[in-house]
Design a protein around this ligand. Sequence first.
Ligand SMILES: [Zn+2]
Length: 294
Amino acid sequence: MNITCPNKSCAFPQNPSRDGFFRRKEDSKSIQRYRCKACGERFSSATFSDAYWQKRRRINGTLMKLLSSNVSQRRAAVFLGVSRSTVERRVPFLGRRCRRLNELHLKKIAGKVHNIQIDDLITKENSKLKPLTISVAVDEKRRTILGLEVSQIPAFGHLAHLARRKYGLRKDEHNHGLTRLFRKIAPLAAPEVLVKSDEHRRYPYFILKYLHRAKHETFLSERACVAGQGELKKLRFDPLFMVNHTCATLRANVNRLIRKTWCTTKDPLRLQDHLDIFMYYYNAVLLPQENHQC
Ligand SMILES: [Zn+2]
């Protein structure tokens, strides 16, 4: 790594000199110190870490695995021997880190994805009266998750009336979520990509706008095979198997997406962090392992 002086008003930030070590108590690592020859600023290689000032950086890797393996934040805190607030604060940090890693990871398949499946998964914020939708895009051949975007939607069906009475009008931000999703997948898709989805009324507009030469195939939604697992279909051959299976994997591994659970989302932004963490773990750790075993 090319170390430069972090002092923004420094005239010659290049070539700081080494200035001994210190032992970081938290993870027993010895960290190189530096001293800038120009301005005298003293810093260390830890200054540039994204975990700078964290007191429990030891938990970052394990916490990522636990959050992607159906463990609640409270239980993760018990396992790791840290307080609940530490775990709570670490979720947005890991979310940011994993979003960066996801971007790097997906760059490898930029322009190479020929088959994409898209679907939306409904979950809730505290109450079913405040639903959220997660727009999911999956590479049909590689099984890689290409994007997960959370957006709030108003309650629908027989709850709509009750929800309006209790919480007032709720904004529909699904279009914003789909815009974010399609902006992310547009550079990944090959020019003549084939997109498969159900007959959701909003998809054709976005496919036309962001994937100009794409072919779009739609399929009727089918009945579920197990009560409560709407994602696994009662069909011999499910044309949308890959995206349905990914949604079922999400529900099984991100604990707040399980139906009828104690754990719910209190803040849609934290759900987005959690999903980005899972996406990184799934794409970069679980999938390569499974592919290796076949
Ligand atoms: Zn300097």
